[in-house]
Design a binder for this molecule. Structure first.
Ligand code: GDP
Ligand code: MG
Length: 445
């Protein structure tokens, strides 16, 4: 993926080969490509502007190394700048340098992943650093919120503060501190309440808890999938409390990584963890260089198309592109896609190359899908009636049994295929939204 942006830029710079320095106009041409890549990765516009300006200035006038093409060199400059903007080479650690119990306060909007991240970080501290950890939920708004943390605590083997009904967040925080001291706890994690949007009551409550507990770390939890919105959230919170870091959740569902770049630029705070799934162990220390690669690799429709063009009949692809353009993607299209996948060297590769395909890939993984399964899926679709192929919603329980019999499979196989079709159909819409198909159609046309 990384190579292909390099290829893109390479085209712009080919004429420059062998000359001494990067010229302004050529750098600007290349930066146009970079700009597009960043916007496709959902990086906030002001951040893109700032980034492009900085890199342009840096690149112009640099002498070209003999061993690399100018395009490659610009990619390197861009990559380095991305890594830098994401926090550099160092991996930021939690600051626990205070008298125990060291308090970590988790803040953020409802649904951002605070409670899950609280449990994940607690498990991380217990397992990886041998800490004695206590968790307390201060979320008195949602009835089941405290219970949710308790259940997670049992799951990961970390103690939670006993629930007492009717207490206010500040009262719970005070009790949690006392309890942590009594039990000689090393780290106390406070999971605060979230609202669906930023509001003053939430902020005041958060500030009161912060005043009582003097957290060493105040971590803002944000959903990386919310893209541009995440930036607004970060801005609001950092105006109210002293954030010390960011936890970016749902990085598993984010093919783009753009939120990370925006977040760092807007808050100026290090991203300390990345949530990568729903399971308690699905958390990683944030690595700027990996995310930089991810951002540069985004929107790689061009190389996908080049590969596709080698192995797919042009007419077929054209027809598919047209249908996708109209937001249509039925079982006939899926069947064609499956054939193309076989031609193109299997499933994993295709899913890796296409933005928005992460979920489709997960669905494939969930169905234990290997390339042999492609053949079986073809058989399943073959056993559908033409009407069912164009309108998979027709497939009720009775029809599924018939299709399963006809293709020598199980009903659950039919269900998996339907699920996969749905995810792919969603991915297609996403690609369409990004305008990626225009390029696709143009190349085939
Ligand atoms: P809160 O309202 O901020 O406390 O959010 P929760 O912790 O309750 O999380 C909301 C939903 O997001 C739950 O279904 C979590 O399983 C899910 N979730 C949290 N973090 C991640 C993540 O990193 N990846 C994925 N895929 N799901 C996550
Ligand atoms: Mg919660």
């Amino acid at each position: 993926m990384f190579d292909s942006l390099s290829d893109r830029l390479g085209g712009v710079f080919d004429k420059l080969r062998g000359r001494g320095a990067l010229k302004e106009q050529d750098v600007r041409d290349a930066m146009r490509e970079v700009r597009i890549a960043l916007l496709e990765a959902d990086v906030a516009l002001p951040v893109v502007r700032r980034f492009v300006d900085q890199v342009t200035e840096k690149a112009i006038g640099q002498s070209v190394l003999r061993s690399v093409t100018p395009g490659q060199q610009v990619v390197k400059i861009v990559n380095d700048a991305l890594v830098e903007m994401l926090g550099g080479d160092t991996t930021p650690e939690l600051d626990l340098n205070a008298a125990p119990p060291v308090v970590i306060m988790m803040v953020g909007l409802q649904g951002s992943g605070k409670t899950t991240s609280t449990a994940k970080i607690s498990k991380f501290l217990k397992d990886k650093q041998g800490k004695k950890v206590l968790m307390a939920s201060l979320d008195v708004n949602r009835p089941a919120a405290q219970e949710q943390l308790k259940v997670l605590g049992e799951q990961v083997g970390v103690a939670t503060l006993p629930i007492i009904a009717g207490q206010q967040p500040t009262e719970i925080a005070t009790r949690a501190l006392q309890s942590a001291k009594l039990q000689a706890v090393d780290v106390l994690l406070l999971d605060t309440a979230g609202r669906l949007h930023v509001d003053q009551q939430l902020m005041d409550e958060m500030k009161a808890v912060s005043a009582i507990s003097s957290p060493r770390e105040t971590l803002l939890v944000v959903d990386s999938l919310t893209g541009q919105d995440a930036v607004n959230v970060a801005q609001s919170f950092s105006g109210e409390v002293d954030l010390t870091g960011v936890v970016l959740t749902r990085m598993d569902g984010d093919a783009r990584g753009g939120a990370a770049l925006s977040m760092r630029a807007v808050t100026g705070k290090p991203i300390k963890f990345a949530g990568t799934g729903e399971k308690p162990e699905a958390i990683e220390i944030f690595h700027p260089s990996r995310v930089a690669n991810r951002i540069l690799g985004m929107g790689d429709v061009v190389s996908l198309v080049e590969k596709a063009a080698e192995s797919v009949k042009v007419e077929e692809a054209e027809a598919l592109a047209k249908r996708m353009e109209q937001g249509k993607f039925d079982m006939n299209d899926l069947r064609m896609q499956l054939k193309q996948m076989q031609n193109m060297g299997g499933l994993g590769m295709l899913a890796n190359m296409m933005p928005g395909m992460k979920k489709a890939k997960a669905a494939m993984a969930a169905s234990n899908m290997d390339d042999k399964v492609l053949v079986r899926m073809d058989a399943i679709i073959g056993s559908m009636t033409p009407k069912e192929r164009t309108n998979p919603a027709l497939l009720n329980a009775k029809r599924k049994i018939r299709v399963a019999k006809g293709s020598g499979t199980q009903v659950q196989d039919i269900n998996k295929l339907i699920k996969m079709h749905q995810e792919m159909s969603k991915a297609m819409k996403q690609i369409k939204k990004m305008g990626g198909l225009k390029g696709l159609a143009a190349m085939f046309g």
